[in-house]
Design a protein around this ligand. Structure first.
Ligand code: NAG
Ligand code: NAG
Ligand code: NAG
Ligand code: NAG
Ligand code: NAG
Ligand code: NAG
Ligand code: NAG
Ligand code: NAG
Ligand code: NAG
Ligand code: NAG
Ligand code: NAG
Length: 440
């Protein structure tokens, strides 16, 4: 009696030991969850390990894999043997293909034409016949961390939006520094990977696209755009658009957007004048320094007058009562913590009472027109000299092309700031004004 009891006890103990040991040694590595897109395929990366596998393989005539849906047990309600690789028998799916080589412990499988009713948990079973090894790789109920033996397929009509990140990981980037945007999209069906595109590509951009394997062996497509931040990129929205080809109807797209924030020194600094840079003596004139730059509330301005080293003022705008003493060229500089910029110069002039002289002449245009008129005068003088005519001021000079009338005495070398108004050439000679009229 006592002997029988002891034997019974030993049998129980050893079977418990056997069970725990075998649960530990054969294992499969599967992603916990994969997200599949309806109408597309899903690839399940799968590897397994079985003790003394290579030895077992030598005694095996046939090795095949089986995928079960919903339950690890054949005869449970709702459980379905969806695939048997022995003869490629598929149930509940239009097509399943085991692309991994079982003899190399690789059970990677592709499920095609995914539908909503395919959302479920799937179990892999390995059979090595005759009678060498048979096991369904299942989560050990005693160990909740041991969750990589089954895979949950999550079917969605529309894919997850891509992950979009910016490096360096700050919200604002200083102009001239290198910035990278990384867009990562899941590729559950690597045979038909999604395509990634960018809505805005900065001029210095460098784009690289690659397929990356995640730690759970599922794949992602990653596009990286690297560029030097420029003030022209400020407030630009950059979208990464991901297009998934699907079996049904049209392609599915998802996107994610980042708004660039660029910090930059003053740009487009200029001077504006109210009411006009050509005013009569005693007029109140306001010069405003306009600029675009970061921290616009904290930009400091400095005003200068040409020929005067000390700054005139430190405000955005200055007001002057115009006298003969304060006419001349003015400019400003704008500064923030990223740098500074100087404006072009603007000339403040006194308008003659008769209104015949305008006084706003912006540097470049003035210079150009001076040249133009001077050359016209030069040509005229040469012609005069060659014709040996003694023509005095106030005389009319006839030419086959132009007729120019001189008013008053003038020294051509002192002419400057000439401009054309209609058919009139006008030049300012020092403080007095000379007018030439071209008669067609
Ligand atoms: C898988 O298919 C083979 C060949 O048809 C068959 O012998 C085997 O019993 C099947 N396995 C299961 C678990 O149904
Ligand atoms: C099952 O399919 C795989 C790949 O699709 C193929 O290589 C293999 O020969 C097929 N097996 C049978 C028994 O049809
Ligand atoms: C899913 O639905 C399709 C058609 O409605 C059916 O053919 C297929 O067997 C179903 N699959 C499963 C696993 O229920
Ligand atoms: C398993 O097989 C698939 C398909 O051939 C392959 O892409 C993958 O790299 C293999 N995995 C391992 C771990 O060898
Ligand atoms: C980015 O700016 C740095 C320094 O300003 C320069 O050396 C580099 O060539 C620039 N890169 C591109 C792609 O413009
Ligand atoms: C683009 O980036 C790659 C990798 O960083 C680099 O080798 C290549 O020179 C870059 N091209 C340009 C135009 O900057
Ligand atoms: C950029 O996106 C934001 C919201 O994400 C929107 O408010 C803004 O108008 C967009 N800007 C442009 C220029 O499209
Ligand atoms: C000129 O304008 C400033 C500011 O607009 C004002 O304070 C000042 O009184 C004005 N001076 C004259 C003479 O109009
Ligand atoms: C403005 O600039 C001053 C000096 O450069 C600095 O102390 C202050 O913090 C700045 N304020 C803002 C809002 O940036
Ligand atoms: C002077 O500058 C202030 C801001 O600094 C602005 O509000 C004001 O309109 C300017 N005045 C003129 C006449 O432009
Ligand atoms: C302008 O300059 C003249 C001489 O250069 C001087 O006599 C006069 O006082 C000055 N006027 C003003 C308003 O500064």
């Amino acid at each position: 009696m006592a002997r029988i009891q002891i034997t019974f006890f030993i049998i129980i103990t050893s079977s418990v030991l056997l069970h725990t040991r075998s649960a530990d040694v054969y294992s499969a590595l599967l992603p916990n969850t994969v997200t599949a897109l309806t109408g597309s395929c899903v690839q399940i990366p799968c590897t397994f390990d079985v003790p003394d596998f290579d030895e077992k393989l030598q005694n095996t005539k046939q090795i095949y894999g089986i995928w079960m849906m919903n339950s690890p047990h054949f005869n449970k309600e709702n459980s379905l043997l969806v695939f048997n690789s022995s003869e490629n028998i598929t149930q509940g799916f239009s097509h399943i293909e085991m692309i991994g080589n079982l003899q190399k412990r690789n059970c990677t499988t592709v499920f095609y034409n995914i539908m909503m009713n395919h959302s479920d948990t799937y179990y892999f079973r390995l059979q090595m016949e005759p009678d060498v090894f048979r096991a369904t790789f299942n989560t050990n109920p005693d160990d909740s961390s041991d969750s990589r033996k089954t895979v949950k397929i999550n079917v969605m009509d529309s894919p997850h939006p891509p992950e979009l990140s910016i490096t360096p990981h700050v919200s604002k980037h200083v102009e001239g520094t290198s910035v990278s945007l990384r867009c990562s999209a899941e590729a559950p069906c690597p045979k038909k990977p999604p395509t990634l595109s960018w809505s805005y590509i900065p001029s210095s951009a460098n784009i690289t696209t690659q397929i990356q394997e995640k730690p759970d062996k599922t794949q992602s497509v990653i596009s990286t755009i690297t560029f030097n931040a420029s003030y022209t990129d400020h407030k630009k929205n950059i979208s990464c658009t991901v297009t998934y080809p699907t079996h049904i109807s049209k392609d599915t797209t998802v996107e994610n957007t980042i708004t660039l924030q660029v910090l930059f020194p003053p740009k487009k600094t200029s001077v504006s004048v109210e009411p006009s840079a050509s005013v009569s003596v005693g007029t109140n004139v306001t010069l405003t320094c306009n600029t675009k730059g970061s921290h616009s509330k904290n930009i400091s301005y400095t005003w200068y007058r040409r020929g005067q080293e000390t700054p005139l003022a430190w405000n955005k705008n200055i007001t002057l009562i115009v006298t003969h003493n304060n006419t001349g060229w003015y400019f400003c500089t704008a500064q923030n913590k990223f740098g500074n910029q100087m404006s072009e110069e603007i000339q403040l002039m006194i308008k003659e009472h008769n209104g015949s002289s305008k006084s706003v002449i912006y540097g470049c245009t003035g210079g150009l027109l001076t040249l133009l008129v001077l050359s016209a005068v030069f040509v005229y003088c040469v012609r005069m000299a060659s014709s040996q005519n003694n023509i005095r001021e106030k005389d009319q000079i006839a030419d086959d092309e132009t007729l120019i009338i001189f008013y008053g005495e003038t020294d051509v070398s002192k002419l400057k700031n000439c401009f054309i108004a209609g058919t009139n050439f006008r030049c300012d000679e020092l403080t007095s004004t000379v007018q030439y009229t071209q008669v067609p």
